[in-house]
Design a protein around this ligand. Structure first.
Ligand SMILES: [Zn+2]
Length: 406
């Protein structure tokens, strides 16, 4: 009888073990009760976790990685502060002001590591979290490696933008041999104000930003501002392609080359930029190539001239030496070469040499300027457009610091 009772108890015990493993673990071991996260775009991610154990939980860490191109996998780890107890319920916010912000459409992976006083440890399965701008209802259109997201305007408007993007890629390939290596996401905001609402540190003149390491661009383009939008897309896409192509841990591109290629991808230099360039040539007030290799001045006039000169430098290199040499220059930069060294290897001259050759190129006497041949009516139209162009330029100038940091 005693033997039978013992046997019955053993069977019941085994059944419990087989049928309710979680129940038994919950009572005796470290258990994750819940894990969740919310996105408050563009300000923060909020992570929540609760766990219990039969002894005090002594350590909780949150680990995360940002999904972007980098030279080594970087995992950030946060030790969560709490009072050791058997049941913990913690919450932690990743504030974008601390990391400089993330672009719309980016994502992170996160997981928890929880430890108790007996040395038991749980590492949760990594979860992916999208940093989407949920303020708007986005539609999308994909062609090749480019996806455009938008929320205002007809599909025909977006198809025109997509055609401009594809055209810009083709032109960039023809001029430089550079092509899009990884998919690109392009977020079209209805205007610059909406775009700035997606940023942590917006500049009032930011109209477009390329987050090159994320393969993401964000531009404010109103449906009635299509022609500006096409140029802006070509410009930012060129940045993305060139950065993908030349990314290395040692050195970045000289600013004049990066901006010059982006300006060149837009098409011919717009009249206002050209006016600044012509004025600087006439007054012998050009900025040296060496100075243009650093980030551009924050002063509007000097910044406009910097962009115009960059365009002209790139035009000079492409028209005088061809696509093959430009491709070679970019590939040399990918190896992390210094500015003088890269120019020397590709073209046989350094920054000062480029400066001298380019000055000769732009100061060669040309035909009388079109102004004298221009019909007065057209001059009137252009004058009327000047105010619009000023506004356009205000939108076109970008936050270099933002892009550089990412
Ligand atoms: Zn640019």
């Amino acid at each position: 009888m005693i033997k039978k009772a013992s046997l019955l108890a053993l069977v019941i015990c085994l059944l419990l073990t087989v049928l309710s493993p979680s129940l038994i673990q919950a009572r005796t071991g470290l258990t994750l009760l819940s894990s969740s996260a919310q996105v408050e775009f563009p300000s923060r991610f909020i992570f929540n976790m609760s766990a219990e154990s039969d002894v005090n939980i002594t350590g909780v860490r949150l680990c995360y990685t940002v999904d972007r191109v980098s030279f080594a996998q970087v995992t950030s780890e946060v030790c969560i502060e709490f009072v050791p107890t058997t049941t913990v319920d913690v919450s932690w916010a990743l504030e974008m002001v601390r990391i400089g912000g993330l672009p719309p459409g980016s994502s992170i992976k996160y997981w928890w590591i929880i430890e108790d006083g007996k040395g038991e440890k749980i590492k949760t399965t990594p979860a992916q979290l999208q940093f989407d701008d949920t303020r708007y209802s986005w539609h999308s259109l994909t062609e090749g490696k480019v996806t455009i997201y938008w929320y205002e305007g007809e599909e025909s408007f977006v198809r025109e933008l997509m055609a401009a993007a594809q055209q810009a890629l083709t032109k960039l390939g023809q001029n430089t041999g550079a092509y899009l290596e990884r998919p690109a996401k392009l977020y079209i905001y209805a205007d610059a104000q909406d775009l700035q609402g997606a940023m942590i540190y917006p500049q009032e003149w930011t109209g477009g930003v390329a987050f090159t390491r994320y393969g993401i661009m964000a531009i404010g383009i109103a449906p009635d501002n299509l022609s500006w939008g096409k140029r802006a897309i070509a410009h930012e896409l060129a940045h993305l392609v060139i950065h993908q192509m030349t990314l290395n841990p040692y050195n970045s591109l000289p600013t004049w080359l990066d901006e010059g290629l982006a300006m060149y991808a837009e098409g011919p230099l717009v009249p206002l930029y050209k006016a600044y360039l012509d004025k600087a040539i006439a007054e012998d007030n050009l900025i040296s190539v060496r100075s243009l290799s650093s980030p551009f001045s924050a002063y509007t006039e000097e910044s406009l001239l910097s962009y115009a000169q960059s365009y002209s430098l790139v035009e000079f290199l492409i028209t005088s030496y061809g696509q093959d040499m430009m491709l070679e220059l970019l590939l040399i930069f990918k190896q992390g070469s210094s500015y003088d060294e890269a120019l020397g290897k590709a073209y046989g001259f350094d920054m000062d040499g480029l400066d001298a050759l380019w000055r000769d190129y732009i100061t060669v006497p040309t035909q009388p300027v079109e102004k004298e041949l221009m019909p007065p009516a057209l001059i009137g139209v252009i004058s009327a457009l000047a105010a619009v162009l000023l506004l356009w330029l205000g939108l076109a100038i970008e936050s270099w610091a933002w892009r550089r940091g990412w």
